[in-house]
Design a protein around this ligand. Structure first.
Ligand code: SF4
Ligand code: MG
Length: 337
């Protein structure tokens, strides 16, 4: 039930709220210990804000976040600090998130000191060397500054920093979007290796389904502040049910150019509507090729389990007509050329 609404302020003399950006507007999801949950959606859909809200870096307008059964909003003082330590973030732009005036040693020590993990100098240094080794960087990196590294190496520093305080959950917000394609796979593989080595749980945020495909156990697709579909990764790719997911998947090129691409292309009309003024009913109805009068524009669909033969019970979708669309009973509207 997580909602994060930002007030839009207006007026120079009288500061008043003239509206809200409904950045996150009713997110319900569970991340299981040890899994990788891929959260996917267009930029502006609220996925980063949701990731930050999970880590208590955004104030919730409504709803709650619980970790191991404990409502994080109820924690105070030392308990809150300890909890914070267990949830870390890896950012999209490692250059923007690393202080350029600090060496890698200072960057990594900062978090450890804040959590009282660096009181023994020798022990702390050994730990830093271990951390760098874990992310594939030499000990000599400790005395260097962020600008002295390539993008991929900087992301390794960012990951080492998140690891330095021994987290359980890592929220990785577009961890490879800023990297060259050739480097992306290396960083993804590193994240996977580290997950195994340290028993980590991941929420990986991405704007396209191709990036999260191979690392995610489950995937959630987000549109304008809420999930529209959630399933085991393989099931989502094999049988996407929500029109938005189908459109996203049809946009991914087939990897083998020799194989003829026979899939139907689903093109979406128009841009992502503003989260300050989301459409009524199903938020996707203004772009949905299957939208039906008038239910789609008046009634907001809940994320629900659908009963379709062969579909695992864990597959959830927020569409009134998911069954009819899957069976072909409901046809999509003709697209004008
Ligand atoms: Fe399309 Fe209606 Fe389903 Fe929304 S509820 S995705 S508008 S068919
Ligand atoms: Mg973002």
């Amino acid at each position: 039930g997580v909602k994060v609404h930002f007030p839009i302020k207006s007026g120079l003399l009288i500061d008043r709220t003239v509206g809200h950006v409904y950045a996150v507007d009713g997110m319900d999801l569970t991340i299981r210990r040890g899994e990788t949950y891929g959260l996917v959606g267009e930029s502006g859909c609220g996925k980063s804000t949701f990731g930050r809200a999970l880590l208590q870096l955004e104030e919730l307008t409504e709803g709650s976040v619980t970790l191991g059964g404990v409502d994080l909003a109820t924690l105070k003082g030392e308990d809150l600090r300890r909890q914070r330590r267990h949830m870390q973030m890896v950012f999209q732009d490692p250059l923007g998130s690393l202080d350029p005036r600090q060496t890698v040693e200072q960057l990594l020590l900062e978090g450890m000191q804040a959590h009282g993990l660096a009181s023994d100098k020798k022990g702390a240094r050994d730990r830093l060397v271990e951390l760098l080794d874990a992310v594939g960087l030499p000990a000599s990196a400790l005395s260097k500054y962020p600008h002295e590294f390539s993008g991929g190496q900087r992301q390794r520093v960012g990951i080492a920093r998140a690891l330095s305080v021994d987290p359980e959950l890592i929220v990785a917000d577009e961890p490879v979007s800023a990297l060259d394609v050739s480097v992306q796979a290396q960083v993804i593989n590193l994240l996977q290796d580290l997950q195994e080595e340290f028993g980590l749980t991941y929420l990986v945020i991405a704007h396209d389904l191709a990036v999260v495909r191979h690392i995610s156990d489950r995937i959630g697709v987000m549109y304008l502040g809420a999930l529209v579909e959630e399933a085991e990764a393989d099931d989502l790719y094999a049988m996407p049910l929500h029109p938005y997911t189908r459109a996203l998947l049809s946009a991914i090129p087939v990897p083998d150019p020799v194989v003829e691409d026979t899939r139907e292309r689903i093109l979406l009309s128009g841009d992502l509507p503003s989260p300050a003024n989301p459409p009524s009913g199903c938020r996707f109805h203004t772009r949905c090729p299957w939208a039906q009068q008038t239910r789609c524009s008046t009634e907001r669909p809940a994320l629900r389990q659908v009963t379709i033969e062969g579909l695992p019970g864990s597959h959830r979708v927020a569409c009134h007509f998911a069954e009819g669309i899957a069976s072909g009973e409901i046809q999509r509207h003709a697209v004008e050329a």
